[in-house]
Design a protein around this ligand. Structure first.
Ligand code: GLP
Length: 240
């Protein structure tokens, strides 16, 4: 796992954009894995600014997202479908046919997991963007998830629901379940870029780099991946 240390969130977003653009320019018809959460917002803003300036053509890429809440429809303001449409897909003119996310409101969730798994197997991800949860989760793979896991329905930890309740009116509205790529799906990506910012991630980032690999820290699975780069700002890196 490579580490790139940057001063602050602004520089984290710029650095992520530079690495993304390099990959996109080498592979303008590539398959990109995107993440939600607040960390990639500055990076997505940088992609939008660059697109507005240079009309970068994203019409040939394919996109996959890590996860989606169970029970929210696509138009729900806190659904990851909605987040991605607002942040990237609409502003960049990325069409529905290019985009893949698990459907959290599917009638048969098991069948939906199988559908998403086979799409992922048919379209290997060239570059996966990741954030990490305060408990070390990646996607919605909570502590204890097998490193061999495929796409599955997961029960969110109370601490995860609490952390994500800032986006909802109250914790009661935060879904209890999600569909997520499994850790094995994430490890199948050719390259992985992990964005880590702020003091709330300092303790877990220390664990990821200094603790032996363990399913109790899902992000420690990235030790088994051959091309993962962490971009970490000073606040998140304070215990490294
Ligand atoms: C959610 C997402 C993760 C994300 C995490 C961290 O739980 N499922 O993919 O990495 O939040 O979010 P933030 O970047 O807001 O700290």
């Amino acid at each position: 796992m490579k580490k790139v240390l940057v001063k602050d969130y602004h520089h984290l977003s710029l650095t992520a954009f530079d690495l993304f653009l390099q990959e996109f320019q080498e592979n303008p018809a590539g398959t990109f894995g995107f993440a939600t959460g607040s960390t990639p917002i500055g990076f997505y803003q940088r992609i939008r600014e660059d697109h507005a300036l240079h009309q970068t053509d994203y019409s040939k890429i394919k996109t996959f997202n890590l996860d989606e809440y169970v029970g929210l429809d696509e138009q729900h303001p806190q659904s990851y479908h909605h987040f991605m449409s607002q942040q990237l897909f609409n502003p960049l003119g990325i069409g529905k046919e290019q985009v893949h996310l698990p459907k959290g409101n599917a009638e048969d969730l098991q069948q939906e997991c199988e559908r998403y798994e086979s799409l992922l197997n048919a379209h290997p991800i060239d570059l996966q963007i990741l954030g990490i949860g305060e408990n070390g989760h990646i996607g919605f793979n909570e502590p204890g998830t097998s490193f061999e896991s495929g796409v599955h329905v997961t029960t969110l930890k109370e601490s995860t629901r609490q952390a994500n309740s800032r986006f909802f009116d109250s914790i009661h509205q935060v879904p209890t379940h999600a569909i997520t790529m499994g850790i094995q799906n994430i490890l199948n990506a050719k390259k992985i870029l992990v964005l880590v910012s702020g003091s709330s991630k300092a303790a877990i980032i220390k664990e990821i780099f200094q603790h032996p690999v363990t399913t109790q820290i899902p992000a420690s699975a990235l030790n088994h991946h051959s091309d993962t780069t962490f971009i970490i700002d000073e606040e998140a890196a304070m215990y490294l």
